[in-house]
Ligand binder design. Structure first.
Ligand SMILES: [Zn+2]
Length: 229
């Protein structure tokens, strides 16, 4: 069994989408503080963390992008959505800010020698982290999917797709449209993934990425993992 970690680290002031609050981590208590009970002296360390439900590697819940009453929050999504068969498409050659087209998706699928099956998670490697993570451009210059490519994935019956960028489509109108298409088609997506290059050419794998059980959450950080048997 081989596990590949697909998650970004969460740390103080790590880069998040500009429309969400930052990650704030502070030391709540450390080993300088001694607690005495009876004859025993104990010390411990713990952190206090405040973050958006869209911090780091995360999955969006329908309630985030679907204004209709009854759209599911993260705690209402079935766990089966986060434990699926999966493939990864290699679109790492696309330029920054590019919106990947259906012919480009089809070419990447053909190159992967895989098919897309109902319920699949489809991860899309775009070389975003290699080119942008930790730089100002990470927040604005990422590539993503064209609107018709979101529909192309939905047409193949996927459950969700995932990208490394903070958004599934290039910044602005295309990103709004990609989110609205997810609402319309009953799919969702993950943002902020990592290590997708390690999945290219490896074929089919098991995707695991359970969200926290945040009551009414519009998304949740996940520990995303690829499992190869
Ligand atoms: Zn999103």
């Amino acid at each position: 069994m081989e596990l590949i970690d697909l998650s970004r680290e969460l740390f103080h002031r790590t880069q998040v989408h500009p429309s969400h609050p930052p990650v704030v981590m502070t030391v709540w208590g450390d080993h300088s503080e001694k607690k005495v009970a009876g004859n025993t002296t104990f010390t411990s360390k713990a952190l206090s963390i405040a973050f958006s439900d869209h911090a780091g590697t995360h999955v969006d819940a329908p309630v985030h992008f679907d204004p209709r009453p009854g759209a599911a929050s993260i705690d209402e999504m079935p766990l089966e959505k986060f434990y699926t068969s999966a493939i990864c498409l290699d679109l790492s050659h696309v330029p920054l800010k590019h919106a990947a087209t259906v012919p480009e998706m089809e070419a990447a699928l053909a190159k992967s020698e895989q098919d897309i099956r109902p319920g699949d998670t489809v991860l899309i490697h775009m070389g975003t982290n290699d080119r942008l993570l930790g730089k100002p451009g990470y927040l604005h210059d990422f590539p993503g999917l064209a609107l018709e490519s979101v529909h192309w994935l939905a047409d193949r019956g996927i459950g969700m797709f995932g990208v490394e960028a903070i958004s599934p489509a290039p910044e602005g109108e295309l990103n709004f449209q990609a989110h609205m298409a997810c609402a319309e088609r009953g799919i969702t997506h993950m943002e902020g993934l990592a290590n997708l290059d390690k999945l290219v050419g490896r074929g089919r794998f098991r995707f695991i990425g359970f969200p926290l059980k945040i009551r009414g959450g519009t998304a949740s950080p996940i520990r995303a993992v690829a499992l190869f048997d």
